[in-house]
Design a protein around this ligand. Structure first.
Ligand code: UDP
Length: 236
């Protein structure tokens, strides 16, 4: 099920409902792309029809930002909980380890994807990591060949948005993996280079507050949220 938020269709399901759909697609050899949706991306997409179309062409749009949940509530919609990019990735990796599907990590600075892969294998010993590649190789042909040779079923791309989504769209027909997710800075988080907010902030959906307290310069970026909510309320 999907719900329109500022012209972008967003999935309403939670992790438990999404995981079987994703893995059914893998088994049916049906390619799918997961993009994470937050207010910043929606505001960008409003000004950029190309980006909006790209987001809508993805098979899955997960409600990553708390602003998306508030927007759905304001519109009496059905999205009740966040599905974050980093947690979605963790659920996919857990299921991949259980079912024997190999994953590949592409993106972030040299060494980071390796470290992230090691952390994932520590958590899920049965996990098959087909390979890793940093996000600064300019020759995409080389990257495609390397990935295809490694034969992963699932490809995580961490090069920031919308770069990662554009890269996946451009090459997905030639890439052998069947499930693609753009995961932004998740490899840095997994590798331990960037800390997530303490659990209590995560639980009440206030990771934004934690980040603001640590980095007051983010205020300008975070002013997107009220502007976004006004747009949602005045839309129709
Ligand atoms: N990155 C990359 N290649 C590039 C540009 C960026 O691999 O050409 C990586 C960068 O090292 C970082 C991630 O992409 O790991 C960007 O994360 P960010 O948190 O900025 O993305 P967001 O989640 O905000 O889209």
């Amino acid at each position: 099920m999907k719900e329109d938020i500022l012209g972008v269709n967003v999935n309403t399901e939670n992790y438990d409902a999404l995981i079987p759909q994703l893995f059914r697609n893998i088994d049916d050899k049906k390619k799918s792309l997961i993009v994470a949706i937050n207010p910043e991306k929606l505001m960008k997409a409003k000004e950029d029809p190309e980006l909006k179309a790209l987001l809508n062409r993805a098979e899955f749009q997960i409600p990553d930002g708390i602003g998306v949940i508030i927007a759905s509530k304001l519109k009496k919609g059905n999205i009740t909980a966040r599905v974050t990019g980093v947690d979605m990735m963790d659920r996919i990796v857990r299921e991949a380890a259980r079912t024997g599907h190999a994953i590949y990590l592409y993106g972030a600075k040299p060494g980071v994807a390796d470290k992230a892969a090691q952390k994932l294998k520590d958590t899920y010993p049965a996990l098959i990591v087909a390979g890793t590649q940093d996000g600064y190789e300019p020759d995409s042909e080389k990257v495609i060949q390397t990935i295809n040779k490694a034969q992963p079923a699932i490809l995580f791309v961490a090069m920031g948005s919308p770069k990662q989504e554009q890269w996946i769209e451009q090459y997905r027909d030639r890439l052998h993996p069947t499930l693609f997710q753009g995961v932004g800075g998740s490899f840095d988080v997994l590798a331990g280079n960037v800390k997530r907010a303490p659990a209590v902030f995560q639980r009440v959906g206030a990771e934004w507050l934690y980040r603001l307290l640590k980095e007051p310069s983010r205020l300008k970026r975070q002013m997107t949220l009220p502007k976004f909510l006004i747009k949602v309320l005045t839309q129709k």
